[in-house]
Design a protein around this ligand. Sequence first.
Ligand SMILES: Nc1ncnc2c1ncn2[C@@H]1O[C@H](COP(=O)(O)OP(=O)(O)O)[C@@H](O)[C@H]1O
Ligand SMILES: [Mg+2]
Length: 478
Amino acid sequence: MHDSSSAEKEKPFRLVKFFTFASLGVIFIGTMVLALLNTHWARTMQIKKSEDYALLLVENLNHQVFMQFIIPVALKFGKIQLRNPEQFERMDKIVRSTLHSFNVEMVNIYDMNHIISYSFDPEKVGRKNIGGAGYEKAVAGQPFSKLIQRGNFWQLFFGFPERSRIITFAPLRAEKPLSRISGPVLGVVEITQDLSDDYKAIFRFQIRVILTCTGVMGFLLLALIYVVKKGEGIIHQRNLERIKLKEQLEQARRLSAIGEMVAGISHEIRNPLGIIRSSAELLKKKMAHSEPENTIPDIIVEESTRLNHIITDFLDFARPKSPNLVPCRVEKILGKNLDFLAPQINDQGYEIHTRNREPLPEIMADADMLYQAFLNIFINAMQAMPGGGRIDVVMEAGNRDVAISFNDQGSGIPQEIADKLWDPFFTTKDSGTGLGLGIVKNIIESHRGAVEIINRTGKGARVSVRLPVEKEEQSQGA
Ligand SMILES: Nc1ncnc2c1ncn2[C@@H]1O[C@H](COP(=O)(O)OP(=O)(O)O)[C@@H](O)[C@H]1O
Ligand SMILES: [Mg+2]
């Protein structure tokens, strides 16, 4: 019963938990994908930008070459021939000064026959047909760019190649004075830009985004786990409380039914019992002269007294009173207990020592009820030491309560009955009612106190009672 109902209670929470974690996972994956897409866009933009940039450079170069090289050289030499060192140097100067500080790695200029006529690298001059498709497109008037990445498999896989370059082919055109570059194609410029640093910067940025995202998600996850753990704890606690409450309720219901019946019967028995007892006493007096040795009347008196005690126990248990709280002193109540027990203490070899470390404050309690509770505890202790023994009563004043412990040197409590002691009618004694501790518990709890019974380390048991000093505080609403 307990498992299934608690599982049912926890089920909706498990769903919440599942959805929370799942959504966290989805958010995390989403963020990762977004981060990756973002870097992808950043790269695409970077390439596009580099391409535009290269075209702008080419346009500028085109202008410079046309104005500062082709026209003056044609005028001076009559013919453009870059194999001529003077012309090459002039060209080199123009190209380098134009592209100076523009992060350009390599420039090749092809003529219309796909032969390199100028290059940053003089070795390349004169090489044929190495421009590929880019050259073909540019010579037809169409600029063309391609990205070249180099690195090992993993570097390429994760998008941080060792080296990234963008190569742009663009037509070199004759320039008309008014409409700028629009004349016939004269050749092709190939510009190589190194993007490695940009790529690495983007990669670093990506790593940072992912790390931040992972960090934030990790933190959220931890927070969530904490919240979930706490929630589970609370739910578990609630379930336990609910189960306990239910058990208590069932117990109370059962007991009240038994109690009503027992109380009714006990009450009915009490009157005839009283008559039996007083009759026996009368009989005893009458027989004192004729049959002084006859002990039957004594036995009747004794047993009816015992029966009366048992009935009183039943009634006390079945119809617990509510305490009439007045200021009283625990020492005084215990004193009364000792006075009452004095004959037994002396006859049967018991010693009862009371001690308090500090004077106890007055407490709000019902002295008669506490007397009854302490008496039950004393009787149990004495019954646990049939041959006599010592009982130590220790009193201490706490912050808002007083603690009284009764320490005996009896048999102690076997482990297997520890839970059952408080059950009504549980007894290990032949003539016990099993109601003593139940009454104690009722009385102490009706005073908003607590009672427990444990084994002492040496020998015997300790019953600890804790009672509040004050009445229930006004400030406590519930
Ligand atoms: N001081 C004690 N030492 C050992 N056992 C104890 C002590 N007090 C109570 N018990 C155990 O708890 C049981 C229940 O006690 P109680 O409710 O007073 O009923 P009863 O005394 O009629 O048996 C006793 O039968 C006994 O086994
Ligand atoms: Mg008892």
